[in-house]
Design a binder for this molecule. Structure first.
Ligand code: ADP
Ligand code: MG
Length: 369
């Protein structure tokens, strides 16, 4: 029996700062303790096998093969994309069995795609004794997602999965990609992730529309004030200059949300749970009313949490139109809140929500047995 090597990459939530990455803003994500575990077992032949506990599809390839995206695959494009790009960059690909297990829901906005990319790249580079920098790793995996998988995500997901730190939020300035850690000890509170389990059918088309609306807002404001380089540079005083009511509301969300991120960083530094909770609630209201990316299911779930005992605040997280919400909940109130919110959500939407009591964990790492 060959010795195996184990690796872990987390999922992520964005604590606050939604739809700011493509507007040059500061976002505040955190890595979760939920994630994907990869077992790498070396082989003596020239074969790589791919297996996942959550999928029936298994794929076997030869290390000498050339891969390109194949719609016939269910999930194997993710690891194969990493392998293909590594080859392109001149790394040796070792013969091995790659086996994935996970407690992270797929397609729920917790970035399981970034987790599988990052854990695969990290494992192969670590096993082959390559030295690399985590920022490089994040950019490398982002390139896999953009150019191989064909999803135009920003850098937030892969950065958080690669650079996350236990009990810290990761502050990323999307204009220059500078990052810093913010201590996020929560006293007696914990993050609760709530999955609407609603298929996110609208997300791609509406996401593109929001990006275009923000570009229009920026162009209009730059026409008046040429010193603005991103929408996050603008101030609320400029909003009346935008003639279109919808565009004005989109810009108002971006500007106010950026202010909330800065306030949330201060709240975390002061360990002020109440003000952090208030900012979460305001963020959700802004995403619902000004940015219009929530929808009935997310609103129902978030409202139920916000009106429950022991909840400091709650908001949707991720792109919206389904996916997940987060709540900041007193640990003694969590069990009761899950029961109450679950029942109310089921009654109003007919869907069953899933709850994850998760901590803020470390970015990708090797697990030493
Ligand atoms: P999200 O990143 O929000 O979870 P995506 O649609 O971007 O959603 O990525 C989900 C895809 O990632 C899945 O459909 C699957 O192809 C792949 N994936 C995620 N986790 C696993 C896993 N444990 N095993 C195999 N494939 C996975
Ligand atoms: Mg994804």
């Amino acid at each position: 029996m060959m010795r195996s090597y184990q690796y872990f990459a987390p999922g992520r939530i964005n604590l606050i700062g939604e739809h700011l990455d493509y507007n040059g803003g500061i976002v505040l994500p955190a890595a979760l303790t939920l994630g994907i575990r990869l077992t790498l077992t070396p082989r003596n032949d020239n074969t790589i096998t791919l297996r996942s506990a959550s999928h029936t599809e298994t794929v076997q390839v030869n290390v000498a093969d050339e891969w390109s995206y194949d719609t016939a695959y269910q999930w194997c494009n993710y690891p194969l994309g990493v392998l293909a790009l590594m080859k392109q960059e001149g790394f040796d690909i070792p013969a091995c069995d790659l086996y994935y297990t996970s407690d992270l829901p797929e397609g729920a906005g917790l970035s399981s795609s970034a987790a599988i990319e990052v854990v695969t790249a990290f494992a192969l580079l670590h096993y082959t004794g390559n030295h690399f920098d985590r920022v490089w790793l994040a950019n490398f995996c982002c390139e896999v997602e953009n150019n191989y998988i064909g999803v135009q995500c920003g850098i937030m997901d892969q950065y958080t999965v690669a650079l996350g730190k236990k009990d810290h939020a990761l502050q990323i300035d999307c204009r220059n990609l500078k990052h810093a850690y913010v201590p996020a000890g929560l006293q007696d509170y914990q993050w609760l992730v709530m999955n609407t389990n609603k298929p996110r059918s609208l997300v791609r088309s509406e996401y593109n529309i929001r990006r275009q609306e923000c570009e229009r807002a920026l162009k209009a404001l730059q026409y008046i004030n040429s010193s603005i380089s991103t929408l996050c540079d603008a101030s609320v005083h400029m909003l009346p200059l935008l003639p279109d009511e919808v565009i004005r509301r989109r810009a108002r969300h971006v500007i106010n949300e950026q202010k909330r991120v800065k306030d949330a960083i201060e709240s975390l530094q002061k360990n002020d749970i109440n003000s952090l909770g208030r900012l979460l609630n305001e963020s959700h209201a802004s995403l619902r009313d000004d940015y219009e990316v929530t929808g009935f299911e997310l609103d129902t779930l978030v409202n139920a949490a916000q009106s429950s005992e022991g909840c400091a605040g709650a908001r949707m997280t991720g792109a919206g139109f389904g996916g997940c919400a987060i709540a900041l909940v007193h640990r003694d109130a969590c069990t009761e809140l899950i029961k109450r919110v679950g029942e109310e959500y089921k009654r109003k939407t007919g869907l069953t929500a899933t709850f994850y009591q998760t901590g803020i964990g470390d970015g990708v790492h090797a697990i030493f047995a």
